[in-house]
Design a protein around this ligand. Structure first.
Ligand code: ADP
Ligand code: MG
Length: 246
């Protein structure tokens, strides 16, 4: 139980089950997943291809609904929200980074980063200021007017991180964010995530690479839709081991 003076965890997940299809074709992608994620934690979810990582992440990000089980984000029971409330939650509380960047083509980096604020109803001047600040945080102040196809993969992913951050979400979710990147760009993106974690952001990252998971403070391993390991590598308040070694 959470005592009245300790804040609710950013995530509280109980007995999540997700099934796709039915009959003989039924796939149980999640078989009863429970976990809490505290504010400021940096969690890597690992597992082989097909183990349910993306399914879990899509549910955590309110992009998909579980077959059964409950899920609270920042204390709000996601299952009890209507479509409108859910859209607001998704827009304000969660920032996403995908393996394939998912930037809008033929729109500048700046416009891409402003987009969640457009949906959030933020006025133009504030939108611009916040988007520029987010792009500065990822080291792209000199590329704000470039379009995605004028940027390297690493730069595109940094734009995507800025877009995820611009709403100041309670939770940053990243599904294999370095999966399409070369070594140098991977390092850049991981360094940005380390810095965000150090400044107190809550991050849940999916990866199947040990090098990437080494940056996290906690590693959760999924096998066939179940958590088989939940290991802390660094205290929530502390720096991740990879940073401590620097
Ligand atoms: P991971 O991200 O760890 O590779 P996924 O969550 O994508 O795993 O998939 C978990 C299981 O669920 C796999 O067996 C996959 O084939 C299945 N699955 C995922 N999405 C769907 C879907 N939309 N329809 C049917 N089966 C799916
Ligand atoms: Mg996946």
């Amino acid at each position: 139980m959470t005592s009245p003076d300790s804040p609710a965890p950013v995530l509280r997940v109980r007995d999540l089950v997700k099934e796709y299809g039915d009959g003989d074709a039924k796939v149980r992608a999640l078989r009863g997943v429970s976990l809490d994620v505290e504010r400021g934690d940096y969690v890597a979810i690992m597992g082989a291809s097909g183990s349910g990582k993306s399914t879990l992440m899509n549910i955590l990000g309110c992009l998909d609904v579980p077959t059964s089980g409950t899920y609270l984000i920042d204390g709000a029971d996601v299952g009890s929200l209507d479509e409108h409330q859910l859209a607001i939650l998704r827009n304000r509380r969660v920032g996403f980074v995908f393996q394939s960047f998912n930037l809008i083509p033929r729109m500048s980096a700046l416009a891409n980063v402003e987009l969640p604020l457009v949906y959030g109803g933020v006025g133009q001047a504030e939108r611009r200021a916040r988007a520029l600040a987010a792009l500065e945080q990822v080291g792209l102040s000199d590329r704000v007017h470039h379009e995605p196809n004028q940027l390297s993969g690493g730069q595109q992913q940094r734009v995507a991180v800025a877009r995820a951050l611009v709403t100041a979400p309670a939770l940053l979710l990243a599904d294999e964010p370095t999966g399409n990147l070369d070594t140098t760009s991977t390092k850049d993106v991981l360094q940005i995530l380390d810095r965000l974690s150090e400044s107190g952001r809550t991050i849940v990252l999916i990866t199947h690479e040990n090098d990437v998971a080494a940056h996290a403070k906690r590693v959760i391993r999924l096998v066939d839709g179940e958590i088989v390991e939940d290991r802390r590598q660094a205290p929530v308040e502390g720096v991740p081991p990879r940073m401590a070694a620097l």
